[in-house]
Design a binder for this molecule. Structure first.
Ligand SMILES: Cc1cc2nc3c(=O)[nH]c(=O)nc-3n(C[C@H](O)[C@H](O)[C@H](O)COP(=O)(O)O)c2cc1C
Length: 163
């Protein structure tokens, strides 16, 4: 194999495709598509999402310190594409797309009811890395579709057909 120099942008692949949902202080729900995300601590359980400051969701998460990571399967592709290409600055995306919502148990933020897994998080730190600000979220609660978990609560990720 002969190697030549590759592009440095987003060179770690594959990138996950998730939806991050949030709620502003006036009660308006919003969500956006996110590919910059990862596990960042096992104990305590934490995950990190990267949001560009120009996103409408950025200000909400910065102000409330709350977000929900929603794992997305093939069935949610249309919703993913919509939320990733429209801004809550211009419209109420949840009413426009008729998004089904459930309430967080530990946080004041919407769960996307159709997604198989919803992870409630509270921001404990953030790092401006460059184009993105990485919000470190302590996991407060994980909701999983009961058909994909065993009796210890372990998620069988092979049962989700990820985008
Ligand atoms: C596949 C995909 C991945 C994306 N990843 C990110 C991301 O990691 N961070 C980010 O800030 N925006 C990302 N975006 C863009 C936002 O989802 C998009 O700009 C969205 O419309 C912002 O919504 P908002 O202004 O309502 O917050 C991604 C979009 C797509 C389609």
């Amino acid at each position: 194999m002969q190697k030549i120099q590759g592009s440095m942008k987003s060179c770690l692949q594959p990138m996950p495709k998730i939806l991050v949902s949030c709620r502003d202080n006036n009660g308006k729900n919003n969500a956006l598509a996110v590919a910059y995300c990862c596990n960042c601590s096992y104990d305590p359980p934490m995950i990190m999402v990267g949001i560009v400051p120009s996103r409408y969701s950025y200000k909400i998460i910065k102000e409330t310190g709350i977000f929900v990571v929603n794992l997305v399967g093939n069935e949610q592709k249309e919703m993913f594409d919509y939320l990733g290409s429209h801004s809550g600055r211009d419209e109420d995306k949840f009413s426009k797309f008729n998004i089904k919502v459930e309430e967080g148990l530990k946080v004041n933020a919407p769960l996307l009811a159709d997604c198989p897994v919803n992870i409630e998080c509270k921001v404990v730190n953030s790092i401006v890395t460059g184009s993105h600000e990485m919000f470190v979220g302590k996991i407060e609660y994980v909701h999983s579709d009961k058909t994909i978990v065993d009796n210890q609560g372990n998620i069988d990720f092979s049962k989700i057909k990820f985008l």
